[in-house]
Design a protein around this ligand. Structure first.
Ligand code: FES
Ligand code: FES
Length: 170
């Protein structure tokens, strides 16, 4: 069947069997292998993507359910020029990455959180990652990286009106 949806901001149509998962559609039919397969039963969060603004485990979504939706994967979360986002840079800076298998899902979950709660508490960050398992890092550095990104984004958002005001006066 033809599955047409918006993928990382681009209209996408793909011919695929109706019985496969969104995870399989992304990895096997669209070559977007940034989304990882861990447990395949909805328990690890490695396959997380954002679908119509909500965080979902793509291993639990049938591909036809994506028809007409808007899906964002880890590949859609870098900067427009393809460079790493501030959040991705902070994962590196804070030592939040070890084997890396959980990291795309962590980043996707973090961006889904920050879209709704730009200034989350550490408790809320931990709560938002409740569906993402990491066997390596102990989570601390991951929470640090997300918190630092949120704080930096808040600072630059509060600076922007001042800069605009300043630009008007010169
Ligand atoms: S692979 Fe989907 S939740 Fe683990
Ligand atoms: S970095 Fe290895 S599972 Fe998270």
């Amino acid at each position: 069947m033809q599955i047409a949806f918006t993928l990382n901001g681009k209209p996408t149509t793909v011919d695929a069997p109706p019985y496969i998962t969104l995870l399989e559609l992304l990895r096997d039919y669209l070559d977007l292998t940034g989304t990882k397969e861990g447990c395949s039963i909805g328990e690890c969060g490695a396959c997380a993507v954002i679908m119509d603004g909500e965080l979902v485990n793509s291993c639990l979504v049938l591909a036809p359910q994506a028809h007409g939706s808007s899906v964002v994967t880890i590949e859609g979360l870098c900067n427009a020029d393809g460079s790493l986002s501030d959040l991705q840079e902070n994962f590196i800076a804070y030592g939040a990455v070890q084997c890396g298998i959980c990291i795309p899902g962590m980043i996707v979950a973090a961006e889904a959180l920050l879209a709704k709660h730009p200034n989350p508490s550490r408790e809320l960050i931990r709560w938002a990652l409740i569906g993402n398992l990491c066997r390596c890092t102990g989570y601390q550095q991951i929470v640090d990286a997300i918190e630092a990104t949120a704080q930096a984004r808040q600072r630059s958002a509060s600076l922007q009106p001042k800069l605009t005001e300043h630009a008007r006066t010169i």
